[in-house]
Design a protein around this ligand. Sequence first.
Ligand code: FES
Length: 172
Amino acid sequence: MNDKKQNPTQTRRTFLGRLSVGFIGLSLFSGLWVVLKSLIPNVLYEPPKRFKIGDPNHFQSGVSYLEEHKLYIFKQGNSFFAISGVCTHLGCTVKFSPFNQEKQITVRGKEFTETGEFLCPCHGSKFHGEGTNYAGPAPRPLKWHRLDLAQDDGQLIVDIATEVDRDFRLVV
Ligand code: FES
């Protein structure tokens, strides 16, 4: 006679017992997970909107492109301005295409000496040297961002949260 032979009711009971323990464990773990997750703040970490880009004396005359920030910095004598390199159509990066000779243009009622223009490689938008769109699907001019000088070390600061007019110049 086999003593190890188990009663089917007992086997079913054992199985259901284990299943219950499993469900209880899973419920406890889910509850604990929710509590632990609530302790971690639901914050979206974005790069800062205002940051230093370097000593003004280290910028060459003309245009410099800061790839990391998709930003064009123009230096004319001792004045600076910053134009965004983000196309206003779908956000591709525009390229600055320099002219052989600078041109005097009047755009939106204001005179500007342009040394080149911005071209978008994605869908062909074109922008004057001061950022105004004149061809292609881009609906708006490129943004101009505020520049400041840092009080502590004299570096240029870009504020990409603040748009400025095309007349803006930071004189250092
Ligand atoms: S993203 Fe520049 S033209 Fe479309």
